[in-house]
Design a protein around this ligand. Structure first.
Ligand SMILES: [Zn+2]
Length: 313
């Protein structure tokens, strides 16, 4: 692979999309918040922005309808975990998964699946910059770069909702499994470059590839090795995540074990996790850009070699 392809990852695009989704015009991305005088709620407005951007680069952009409820807020719970399950009688809202497909030319049936949740917390007003506008804008930028290349395998991106109930990554992954989709690798970008205040102050650029299965460990170790192979200056590590959860967990439970979760630290160190202080100004955009380069390198080598790029033989 030509190293020049990494130069296409634009920190300006990442910054623009991040501030669009977290500051101006959209501070939040939730069915519980509508900008005064606007017709659509802020999650629908975020969907319009993401789908509109993606249609410039991909011919197949689907909006898959589903119903969600906002979580209830229970401030008696521990600080970072104030969400609590809605009641069945709470209001339901129309929401969407967004699925973007870049078809492969040689092996279109083999799918590299990228995932990121695009919504912000439905139980408090938080811009959700690290959780998870960063993952959404990373996947948007990956689509832009990948759309300029001739892919052998299919790359599919799911933008889903995970800060509302229920999680529709589950519905999506189960539907893929029922269709018999051949997904060779799943990478969930959720809270990229989210780090502790100490790590942020030290200037360390980091990416953790978290895995919960032996197959996921092989994929995580491969992502770590890509940093050295392409001399991407990021501290890349693979860390075991015991609980099969988050949107990557939805794919593992649907029968796709070759799955990782990319994030900035594990245990997750962001002091503003699930709080109103999770603002875009705190995002280390250079770290984000390096993480996107690392994921891009991994996608391109899997695209070239298939699952044998990372599977233990
Ligand atoms: Zn969250």
């Amino acid at each position: 692979m030509e190293n020049r392809v990494f130069d296409k990852v634009s920190v300006e695009n990442l910054r623009r999309d991040l501030f669009y989704l977290c500051r101006d015009p959209l501070s939040f991305r939730t069915v519980s918040y509508t900008i005064p005088w606007h017709q659509k709620n802020s999650l629908e407005e975020a969907d319009d922005f993401i789908a509109g951007e993606m249609r410039k680069y991909a011919s197949c952009v689907e909006l898959i309808p589903n119903k969600v409820q906002p979580f209830r807020c229970d401030s008696s719970k521990p600080l970072h975990h104030w969400y609590s399950a809605p009641l069945e009688s709470d209001p339901w809202y129309d929401a969407h998964n967004i699925a973007v497909t870049l078809p492969g030319s040689e092996y279109p049936d083999e799918i590299i699946q990228l995932v990121s949740h695009k919504d912000s917390m439905s139980w408090i007003n938080s811009p959700g910059a690290h959780d998870n506008a960063v993952g959404a804008v990373a996947n948007m930028e990956l689509v832009r770069v990948l759309s300029t290349l001739r892919l052998q395998r299919t790359v599919r991106v799911l933008f889903c909702n995970e800060e509302h109930s229920p999680w529709h990554s589950k519905t999506y992954a189960n539907a893929a499994s029922q269709r018999g989709d051949r997904i060779v690798a799943v990478m969930n970008q959720d809270s990229l470059c989210g780090k502790s205040d100490e790590t942020s102050a030290s200037g360390i650029k980091a990416n953790v590839s978290a895995y919960s299965t032996p197959e996921g460990k092989a994929l995580a170790d491969f992502i770590v090795s890509e940093a050295a192979r392409y001399e991407i200056p990021i501290c890349a590590t693979a860390v075991f995540k015991e609980r099969v959860n988050d949107d990557d967990g939805s794919f593992i439970k649907a029968g796709y074990p070759d799955t990782v979760h990319n994030l900035g630290s594990l245990p997750y160190g962001d002091s503003q996790y699930h709080l109103a202080g999770d603002i875009p100004e705190r995002v280390d955009l250079i770290n984000l850009q390096l993480a996107v380069k690392l994921i891009l390198a991994s996608i391109l080598d899997i695209d070239e070699q298939g699952a044998s790029a990372f599977r233990n033989t």
